[in-house]
Design a protein around this ligand. Sequence first.
Ligand SMILES: Cc1cc2nc3c(=O)[nH]c(=O)nc-3n(C[C@H](O)[C@H](O)[C@H](O)COP(=O)(O)O)c2cc1C
Length: 337
Amino acid sequence: MDLEERAREILPQGVYDYVAGGAGDELTLQENVAAWQRIRLLPRVLRDVSAVDLGTTALGTDLGSPIGVAPTAFHRMLHPDGEVASAAGVAAAGALHVVSTRSTTPVEQVAEALGDNPWWYQVYVLRDRGLTEELVRRAVTAGAKALVLTADTPRLGLRLRDVRNDFTLPPNLGSPESLDRPGNLADQDPAVTFDDIGWLASTFGLPVVVKGVLRGDDAKSSIAAGAAAIWVSNHGGRQLDGAVATADALPAVVDSVGDSAEVYVDGGVRRGIDVLRGIALGAGLVFVGRPVSWALAVGGSELVATTLQTLRDELELALALAGCPKVGDVTSDLVAR
Ligand SMILES: Cc1cc2nc3c(=O)[nH]c(=O)nc-3n(C[C@H](O)[C@H](O)[C@H](O)COP(=O)(O)O)c2cc1C
């Protein structure tokens, strides 16, 4: 039985649906997975793959692999140890971690569980800029190496499963700190613009990654406004239903960005081969969301680590079979057109 099915058996229906679901008719949710699967590869042969090196760098930091963990909200809804358990699992696997603004654990405790493992902090610019600044400042002090501005959530998408389930956050969750004050319930200030990229970069002095970009022109405007990297994402199909799958959006964004910034991707990545596909299409890092949520729910930090390790093993094998001893050998000609 796969992890998602096991999670479905143990989680309350509303919690399972909150994580599994997407917006509207869930077309984008389904397309994210299908779009990776449509990509056919042209492996190289006879390339001496006796040693495969998954190492890479992002924003000047050396990383053990190009696999990262996307920010997801409310981990204590999935496991009593919440973000501490997920962070410990991610650190054990040595993957880049991104901590959500909607963490149900204080960022200082998450940072402690991460130890020396590199991590970034995801930012929702809340209507209360003072609170936003306070939350980001704490993350920076705790050791975040970059800020990830989520740009695709001026309002929450219409998640019909949550409507049908009349879903509300479980009462035993404790209050996520970003929701602590009245008036902050909206996910993000809908008035956020490209100017806020520059505000984040200059206020906190860290590189800013803009997450949720699907268009080349938005990527260019973000970079012009001070972004160091572009993260192609449709929020796992949870925002605008009908939005293009990320695997389909990635090539045009990579083209328009050129060498001016790094480009990453997430959405529907389920196998190491999908990571290879993402890199071949020009992504420097490839992130997973739900697979880590299911692992956390079913087996806490240990299963988070095992799940990420499996993904890494699959990627290592895929590189060998594609004739690529290094991540840098994965080029666009590996994709059959
Ligand atoms: C349950 C859940 C909660 C999420 N919470 C956040 C969040 O707090 N901030 C954010 O930027 N993205 C959030 N996302 C989007 C993820 O960062 C990521 O873009 C998406 O999950 C990737 O797709 P995948 O789940 O198919 O791998 C969330 C996604 C899920 C499934």
